[in-house]
Design a protein around this ligand. Sequence first.
Ligand code: S3P
Length: 179
Amino acid sequence: MDKLFLIGFMGSGKSTVGKKLSLILNTSYIDTDSLIEETYQKKIPAIFKEEGENAFRKYETDILHTVTAEIVSTGGGIVEKDENVKWMQKNGVIIYLQSNFDEITTRLEKDSFRPLWDKSLADRRKLYIKRVIMYEQYADLVIDTTQKDIEAIAHEIIHEYTYNYKPNREKYRKEILKG
Ligand code: S3P
């Protein structure tokens, strides 16, 4: 099986869905944010505060390159770097968990603190729109999570991957030609 990379905005359920998928498929799971915190022994908000976003992005890329798990949930900003996207495309299937802005807002109200969500409503919206364009552009599969529970989302991913995922022929052709 390909590695499955879950991408999507903060609060779109990547970690909970990733864990559920790994249980159903009986395979390994990792969350890049947790791996960053473990490796650098620092919470993400502290990394942002003390070292800045660029340092965090560097850790994120370094960590992504070390993952061996089959199911990988990523931080919402993983798509900010082309090299991350290329790496995920080369090493697996990119699955975008789509949620609308209102649902994200409700979920994040109850959730833990995220440095990049700590802004005005207009700036949150701006970030959301910018990111959604990227997620859609890079995803191999898009799963709408609106009003669905975790179990249903996980089963939909398995179904879509099994029956509707067509590997990007161009990508594989290039790899084959490269030898
Ligand atoms: C970020 C999302 C967060 C975390 C960091 C930056 C982003 O992960 O990686 O705070 O740039 O969108 P989640 O998407 O798991 O909240």
